[in-house]
Design a protein around this ligand. Structure first.
Ligand SMILES: Cc1ncc(COP(=O)(O)O)c(C=O)c1O
Length: 449
């Protein structure tokens, strides 16, 4: 079936097959052997649904990449972007614009504690790169502590901080990155006790020497490594260790920020204020690329006289800033953070139902609309349905079933992610879990007890 030409292309519409073929022939895909990719062509999207050029409706149960928080196709952002584009497309980032000014003020209002200044970047990875640099400049120290079960981005510094296997092929990375223990071990259903994880961190600080450590990075709630929610007291404990040893605490909120966990930022769940905080994704709801690294007032003051050695041509891009201002307005006017908290309770009910009904659901986790189901071959002993960093025929079959039946979500290792846009309602959650319910018959068949 022919499709309508995309705006601005002014050419004969391409068929679905042509879109896939040309994209595969001439554009490169991330995290994949190019010969193995099998992309879905999308023509347009509305609310929580994606539509293929052939008219198939797909429920977006992952909000793009945990990022289209306000849902697809919101006219208020589209209009704000169009208006900014018509008025001023670009100025170099040493100049300032109304959209940048409004965004800075708004972020200062909603960010935790005395975080009140942002360096505006292109996306999450550049926010992390600049957080590393800011921490090193501000402290005069160079080591950065990061965990294994975490993802911080694909640029060189962010990739080195990333502890998961996506790092391996990119090593060696930057110098000075040291690992500290995770709150959750692979292959266990529950987190370790907070005291144990904190003791591990304090050991590493002692062994490395606090006088050499600039910053400790963490995802307050870990995203792509499986929605790992820290045990109570852990985040406060990291803050206390940072204070005790004079180390900066950096919260990577690129995925967990902007309402995803039922609070504006995930770290707000524990009432902790980091020294630096990275964000992207939900900042513009992904309508345009934009990231930011925020710093406390105290830290920002250091840079009143110290030159910051870093910059980006597209930093504080006026059109992206306009998209962000409109997006932040929508979180407030539509009560999306509250909706995430409320729908998170509904999601928990579905998760529990899946666990009660399907023996292959070994663990369920969610905080707000940040959730996942972890699948197992056995609960006792706890045996994940895939090896570490591996796949299995059952997980592949589940992914295929969901795709064939119109549900898109992230499936990684033995985990089905459940992270819809924050506008999702009860009926749409039920629709998604109805399909997941059927898919879980596949993993149940492999259950060995
Ligand atoms: C926690 C976290 N940090 C950083 C990044 C990198 O962001 P980007 O892909 O915009 O560079 C991601 C991306 O998924 C992320 O989840």
């Amino acid at each position: 079936m022919a499709t309508s030409a995309a705006p601005g292309t002014q050419t004969t519409p391409l068929s679905t097959a042509e879109i896939v073929e040309l994209s595969r022939a001439h554009t490169f895909f991330p995290w994949a052997a190019q010969g193995a990719v099998d992309p879905i062509a999308i023509d347009h999207a509305e609310g929580v649904y994606l539509y293929t050029p052939d008219g198939q409706r797909i429920l977006d149960f992952n909000a793009g990449l945990m990022s289209v928080n306000i849902g697809h196709g919101d006219r208020r952002v589209i209009d704000a972007v169009a208006a900014q584009m018509a008025r001023l497309q670009f100025v170099q980032p040493a100049m300032v614009t109304e959209s940048r000014a409004r965004l800075g003020k708004k972020l200062a209002e909603i960010m935790p504690g005395d975080l009140d200044k942002v360096f505006l970047t292109l996306g999450g990875a550049e926010a992390v790169e600049n957080a590393i640099k800011l921490a090193r400049h501000a402290t005069g120290k160079f080591k950065i502590l990061a965990r294994y079960r975490t993802y911080h981005g694909a640029s060189m510094g962010a990739m080195t901080l990333t502890g998961d296997p996506r790092r391996w092929a990119n090593e060696p990375g930057i110098v000075g990155v040291v690992r500290y223990p995770d709150t959750h071990r692979w292959g266990e259903a529950e987190s370790r006790p907070a005291a144990e994880a904190l003791q591990g961190l304090e050991d590493v600080i002692r062994y490395e020497g606090a006088h050499t450590i600039a910053a400790i990075f963490l995802e307050p709630v870990v995203g792509t490594n499986g929605i790992l929610i820290p045990p109570d007291g852990y985040i406060q404990g990291v803050r206390a260790l940072c204070d005790k040893y004079g180390i900066l605490m950096v919260a990577d909120e690129v995925m967990s920020g902007f309402g995803r966990t039922g609070k504006m930022f995930a770290i707000d769940n524990w009432g902790v204020v980091p020294d630096l905080m990275t964000m992207a994704k939900g900042l513009t709801s992904s309508y345009l690329p934009l990231g930011a690294v925020a710093m406390t007032h105290r830290l920002a003051e250091k840079f009143e006289t110290m030159v910051y050695s870093g910059g980006l041509t597209y930093g504080a891009h006026p059109v992206s800033c306009a998209a962000a201002v409109a997006t932040l307005d929508i979180y407030e006017t539509d009560g999306l953070v509250e909706n995430a908290a409320n729908m998170g309770k509904v999601m928990r009910g579905h998760h529990q139902r899946m666990k009660d009904k399907h023996p292959s659901v070994g663990a369920i986790r969610n905080i707000g609309l940040f959730g996942c189901l972890e699948l197992v071959r056995g609960r006792n002993p706890y045996t994940p349905l895939t090896p570490f960093n591996g796949n299995s025929d059952e997980m592949k079959a589940i992914a295929k079933f969901l795709r064939d039946n119109g549900l898109y979500t992230m499936i990684a290792n033995n985990i089905i992610h459940t992270n819809p846009p924050l506008i999702v309602n009860e009926a749409q959650l039920a629709e998604g879990f109805e399909l997941i319910d059927r898919a879980l018959d596949i993993s149940d068949a492999a259950y060995q007890g």
